[in-house]
Design a binder for this molecule. Structure first.
Ligand code: FAD
Length: 513
């Protein structure tokens, strides 16, 4: 690039200043830098037909989290002498218009493995290449480059955590690329840019402020949260999943950094580096897969598996996914989604999902197992869709990977191990405080009945002002018989998959002969 010319920094994820190699490169030698974020209406604007408030693709909590993250990024850029330029429309078309209008010589953006960005980037890159624009698109959303790991493994993604960790080794050491100033924005011409809109300006008019998740978006929040977590060195050193308490909601048992990692308000390399620094100062610490550092490796594991597996987000055409004849039962799906299963532990978690957009990992295990192979035998793709919409940390690779896991469709195959919707939660929270908080209709139910309120005598229900079947639903299934039936169906499906695989390998060996 000729020195003194203009570059465009295209923010998508990676909504941060720290450890942002694309931003650093955009600033190098440039006279003007245009920091751009494009609002895709499909992602942000209201869809009146969706099952919960929000757009076609995202629930309101995640949209609000993203807006907060953009406001924070804009403030940080202003401190560095610049600002965030917000555009609205089809991102590919708008980007190309800006490249032309602003006579851009260098285009910088973080590499993204999600199918949405893979398709979008081809369009923009093709234009930039033809126009002679330099492209810089580094891998900085994950610790490792998924392509490198796949190459090291002979062209296929590793499908077990252990083989992933062995192949991956140590992530590249952290180069602290914090930018100290950003060259000013140049002339804007006819490109219509605005400030970050408010949720109301996007068209969400009937919103009360307490409708939102307690977790606020942005790099500043992310760094504050990281600092707070890292203060307790002993906690970091002894972190051991799955030992935490999934019902702890006043003070969650894990970091709640996932939404910040999802939008790149926090760099996973920066997080990894901080954990490593703590490990150096303590006599002993836990190790992967259960340690805190091990959690970040899970993240990279799923990114690599997702990137290297065609049709990773569906059962059909996905070579690593067991083919299972799931039930197509919209009534059961709705009861699960709307927190009306009649199992308070499951329903309270689903309310937490809707209100907070975040739940503990084991709580996610409970409801995903219940919907699929544990009780309802509903397709994992349907549950995935609900999580994808409502989670504030909703992440294409991680969400699909974990649904494949929990439904015993891939990665994990012990389908006889089912979470009880009654006793699992009780083990952590015998008084049912988590249930009382998220399902206030049960707040006066005595603790003996809080996990199985349908067993309470009518006099107890009356005293608790909650008649089961009226104020709170009866269970949609009997867990004992439903889980037994699910195990049998899974057994049959596994046997069928084995036969199918046998046939495929027989055909393969005949073809080789
Ligand atoms: P911590 O325990 O503090 O871990 C730190 C970071 O490690 C997390 O922020 C996350 O980035 C990563 N991590 C932890 N556990 C996992 C895991 N099992 N797989 C991959 N990365 C992990 N996580 C998402 O970020 N987005 C999703 O869409 C998502 N969907 C899920 C769906 C199901 C059915 C299940 C069972 C789990 C899902 N998870 C998802 C994984 C996990 O539950 C969350 O990452 C974790 O609970 C986030 O809380 P935390 O930040 O406090 O995690």
């Amino acid at each position: 690039m000729a020195s003194g010319s203009a570059s465009l920094m295209w923010f998508r994820k990676g909504l941060r200043i720290h450890d942002n190699p694309a931003l650093e490169h955009a600033c190098k030698g440039a006279k003007h830098v245009y920091p751009v974020f494009v609002i895709d209406p499909h992602y942000m604007e209201p869809d009146p037909n969706a099952f919960s408030p929000g757009s076609t693709r995202a629930g309101l909590n995640r949209i609000q989290f993203l807006l907060e993250s953009l406001v924070d990024l804009d403030l940080s850029l202003k401190k560095l002498g610049s600002r965030l330029l917000v555009l609205k429309g089809e991102p590919g078309e708008l980007l190309i218009r800006c490249l032309k209008e602003w006579d851009i010589k260098k285009l910088c953006f973080e590499y993204d493995t999600d199918p949405y960005y893979q398709a979008l980037d081809v369009k923009v890159k093709n234009y930039a290449l033809l126009a002679g624009i330099e492209i810089f698109s580094p891998v900085s959303h994950t610790l490792f480059n998924p392509s490198d790991i796949i190459k090291k493994n002979g062209g296929r993604p590793p499908l077990s955590y252990q083989s992933f960790v062995k192949l991956a080794g140590q992530p590249p050491s952290l180069l602290l690329t914090t930018v100290h100033s950003v060259p000013p924005v140049g002339v804007l011409g006819s490109c219509k840019v605005s400030e970050v809109p408010t949720i109301k300006e996007l068209g969400y008019v009937d919103i009360k402020q307490d409708d939102f998740s307690p977790f606020k978006g942005g790099e500043s929040e992310a760094l504050k949260r990281l600092k707070e977590c890292m203060k307790n060195k002993e906690w970091v050193a002894n972190f051991e999943k799955p030992k935490g308490n999934p019902s702890a909601f006043l003070r969650p048992a894990t970091t709640v950094l996932s939404p910040y990692l999802k939008f790149g308000c926090l760099s996973s390399r920066y997080f990894y580096h901080h954990i490593q620094e703590i490990y150096k100062t303590v006599p002993k610490h836990t190790s992967p897969p259960v340690s805190l550092l091990g959690q970040l490796l899970w993240r990279d594991f799923f990114y690599t598996a997702a990137f290297g597996t065609p049709n990773f987000d569906r059962m059909r055409g996905n070579s690593i996914c067991k083919q299972i004849p799931w039930k197509d039962d919209d009534k059961l799906l709705e009861a699960w989604r709307e927190a009306r299963t009649g199992f308070p532990w499951i329903d309270a978690i689903m309310v937490q999902l809707r209100k907070w957009g975040w739940m503990h990992h084991l709580a996610r295990h409970s409801v995903a197992c219940f919907l699929t192979r544990g009780d309802l035998f509903v397709h994992w793709e349907k549950g995935r869709d609900v999580f994808e919409r409502l989670l504030i940390d909703s992440d294409w690779a991680i969400n699909n990977g974990n649904w494949l896991w929990l439904s015993c469709s891939s990665f994990f195959y012990q389908y006889n191990r089912i979470y009880s919707p009654v006793s699992f939660g009780k083990k952590y929270d015998p008084n049912g405080d988590f249930i009382r908080h998220f399902l206030p209709v049960l707040k006066d139910m005595p603790k003996e009945y809080i996990y199985e309120p349908w067993t309470a005598p009518l006099s107890v229900q009356t005293k608790a002002k909650c008649i089961i079947g009226k104020e709170y639903p009866l269970p949609v299934v009997c867990h004992d018989s439903a889980s037994k039936e699910c195990r049998a169906r899974m057994g049959e499906a596994y046997a069928m998959n084995q036969k199918l695989n046998g046939k495929v390998s027989e055909q393969d060996s005949r073809r080789k002969l």
